[in-house]
Design a protein around this ligand. Structure first.
Ligand code: BMA
Length: 337
């Protein structure tokens, strides 16, 4: 049995696998959990991240304002499924307490490392790049230095230091709708200076992810390695299609991909994934996990319009990824390592 190495979370959102369902990740039957026009001035919420906090859940949400500009809003939930949002955008300050609002902010991730929560998002820094802030109370969000030069997106912090270093995945890009993209990994002793960059993985020969990849939910530690839900993208005559992929990274050297699933775990099929502001997008940004039961709940943006939830179980998903993984020669041919 594969084990999750994370805290217990008895109240994790959950639905048992439907009887006739054979796919590795199954959708919540009440999806989408966040619909259109979730609050005044915000047309859509999607690509958002949540964590357990004080016996309930809290999250940073990509709110597409009615002026078309994305920003991050704070949301709260007792059960991780039904959310209420602050009507005002999150206020950021710099290290001296002065206002430090990004011009725009999107695709936030939220990760607890030791006693601090880190929000990481994409913002303008002479083009698309990564912004980062820390908080302990979700009242004051203090900006940190931007970790990387432009252009970059999809930064995801690991939930603990590895070898004494903070570790972050990111996806160097261009400033537009990037038609390429590999996941890299960087180390930092202090969350300010980032280096010792490593390549993790790029597009593969698998047709559903033959254009680009990007980190998704913060990696989940298991006794088999770091379980990573990421997005893989293919191009069609009608635009990009975003699916959820799965990989397992080495626990001590997470730039080493131990297993990478050849098949997608979830691909746009439901109306809220196929239809929306940007059709055919399943974009994972967060996952909750419960060490006691092995249950995992994945939060993913749907069609740049909604938030969906999908479930799996640690032992099962790890077995599935391993059984359907690239191995040996094929890996090298595909440039996985
Ligand atoms: C990517 C990001 C995501 C978005 C996706 C599909 O480049 O901008 O926020 O979900 O495109 O539009």
């Amino acid at each position: 049995m594969s084990k999750l190495i994370c805290p217990s979370l008895p109240g994790i959102p959950w639905q048992d696998r439907p009887k006739d369902c054979t796919v590795p990740l199954w959708r919540y039957t009440e999806n989408p959990i966040i619909g259109r026009n979730p609050l005044p001035g915000v047309a859509r919420i999607f690509n958002s991240a949540v964590v357990p906090f004080e016996g309930a859940y809290i999250g940073v949400f990509r709110g597409e304002q009615t002026n078309g500009v994305p920003y991050i809003y704070l949301g709260r939930s007792a059960d991780g499924v039904h959310w209420t949002f602050d009507s005002e955008r999150i206020t950021f300050v710099d290290q001296n307490g002065n206002a430090a609002q990004p011009v725009y902010a999107y695709d936030p991730r939220l990760v607890k490392v030791e006693d601090t929560y880190y929000a990481i998002w994409c913002q303008d820094f002479y083009g698309a790049s990564i912004g980062m802030a820390k908080t302990k109370d979700f009242k004051t969000f203090t900006r940190l230095e931007n970790p990387f030069i432009p252009f970059n997106r999809n930064a995801v912090l690991f939930p603990r230091k590895i070898g004494g270093m903070y570790v972050m995945l990111s996806r160097p890009s261009d400033s537009g709708h990037t038609p390429f993209g590999d996941i890299f990994l960087s180390h930092s002793p202090d969350l300010e200076f980032w280096g010792r960059h490593r390549h993790v993985m790029g597009k593969s020969g698998n047709w559903w992810e033959n254009l680009k990849t990007g980190g998704g939910a913060a990696p989940i530690e298991t006794d088999e390695g770091w379980l990573l839900f990421y997005h893989g993208v293919t191009g069609t005559c009608n635009g990009y299609v975003y699916s959820i992929g799965g990989a397992i990274l080495d626990r001590d050297e997470p730039s080493r991909v131990l297993y990478r699933c050849k098949t997608f775990l979830l691909t746009p099929e439901e109306w809220y994934e196929e239809r929306g502001f940007v059709p055919n997008v399943c974009f994972p940004c967060a996952a909750l996990a419960d060490a006691d039961t092995g249950r995992i709940a994945v939060y993913y943006g749907c069609a740049d319009s909604y938030v969906g939830l999908a479930f799996t179980e640690a032992d099962e998903i790890i077995r599935y990824i391993k059984a359907n993984s690239e191995t040996g020669e094929t890996d090298r041919e595909l440039g996985v390592h």
